[in-house]
Design a protein around this ligand. Structure first.
Ligand code: F0G
Length: 312
């Protein structure tokens, strides 16, 4: 048996109200339904398998939270230690709790994700550790299966594929997978305007490690990067929840926000099919959800009081 927690095979769901807004047929690829709640599991299964074969003592990664949780789960299953370097005070609470509960050695780094990545790369260059960030080609190989899965589900590539753009590893993997399938969608990448401080903490990355590969994907597909204010990301995040019943983490909504912004700028999406990849579960970041939708309603447990609160 290979190392697996049942990753992949995630739901692809239609989004009727959002399709109407955009004037295209939109599908949501719900990658938050992977075993640890994010898209990282597809590549992590492969990267940790290789680490076992290579006989290392531990896996190491830098992370804004999801990579760490995924590394922790697969390392636990493989009987390896996971050492995760996370920017102090900048990781959503669900992710931090997850990595700890899964037995990873969680080191909170005084610095940014980019600082943590420098340290993880250096550790990974020593014999003891396998680096399981997306700089590992094994992560990309596992992750690219998501593109093949979409081609199978839709009978070809969609016209547009929208992704959040942090470090660009996911973009690179989808580009590789679609290229292999011989069917390329136009890439629409949503990135935060303030990469250092965005509310979408998963993509607080100032120096994208895969910038060159992302450029190649954009050139090959006439793709675009859409730069988004936090308010635009949160607007899309709320619309997904309220109008489609899909609760993703804020970074994931950058994909939808990117398409909405292009449509608002007059891009003609009619007659086209688009897929937005929702990279992580909303449960990863309860604090943002509680702050953004902060309204509390209190009532006595009496029907009359409930009706009064409802204004009925
Ligand atoms: N969405 C989510 C939920 C993420 O966790 C990440 C990256 C991205 C999008 C961006 O993907 O970097 O491949 O462009 N998370 C990494 C982590 C940095 O450590 O979990 P990318």
């Amino acid at each position: 048996m290979g190392l697996t927690l049942g990753e992949g095979g995630t739901p692809l769901v239609g989004a009727d109200r959002m399709s109407e807004r955009l004037g295209c047929e939109l599908f949501l690829k719900c990658e938050g339904l992977n075993p640890t709640g994010s898209f990282k599991d597809r590549g992590m299964a492969v990267a940790v398998s290789r680490a076992v074969e290579d006989g290392v003592r531990a896996v190491v990664c830098a992370s804004t939270g999801n990579t760490a949780a995924s590394a922790a789960a697969y390392a636990a299953r493989a009987g390896l230690l996971a050492v995760v370097l996370e920017p102090e005070g900048a990781v959503a609470s669900g992710k931090l709790a997850q990595a700890r509960a899964l037995g990873a050695k969680v080191l909170e780094v005084r610095g940014s994700f980019d600082d943590a990545l420098d340290a993880a790369r250096e550790l990974g260059s020593r014999g003891d550790f396998a680096l399981v960030n997306s700089l590992s080609p094994h992560r990309i190989e596992g992750q690219k299966a998501a593109a093949h899965e979409l081609v199978d589900e839709l009978g070809g590539a969609p016209d547009a594929l929208a992704l959040p753009y942090g470090g660009g590893g996911n973009t690179r993997a989808y580009f590789k997978g679609f290229s292999e399938a011989g069917a390329l969608p136009r890439f629409v990448l949503g990135q935060a305007a303030d990469r250092a401080k965005t509310v979408a903490s998963a993509i607080r990355i100032t120096a994208p490690a895969h910038a060159d590969a992302v450029q190649e994907a954009l050139m090959a597909t006439s793709g675009v990067v859409v730069t988004l204010a936090d308010a635009e990301i949160l607007e899309a995040w709320r619309a997904l929840a309220h109008e489609e019943g899909v609760f993703c983490e804020p970074a994931s909504a950058a994909s939808v926000a990117g398409l909405l912004k292009r449509a608002a700028a007059g891009a003609d999406l009619s007659q086209s099919t688009a897929v937005c990849v929702l990279t992580g579960s909303g449960l990863k970041d309860p604090d943002t959800a509680m702050t953004v939708d902060a309204v509390r309603h209190e009532t006595a447990a009496r029907v009359g009081d409930v009706e009064r609160v409802l204004g009925w």
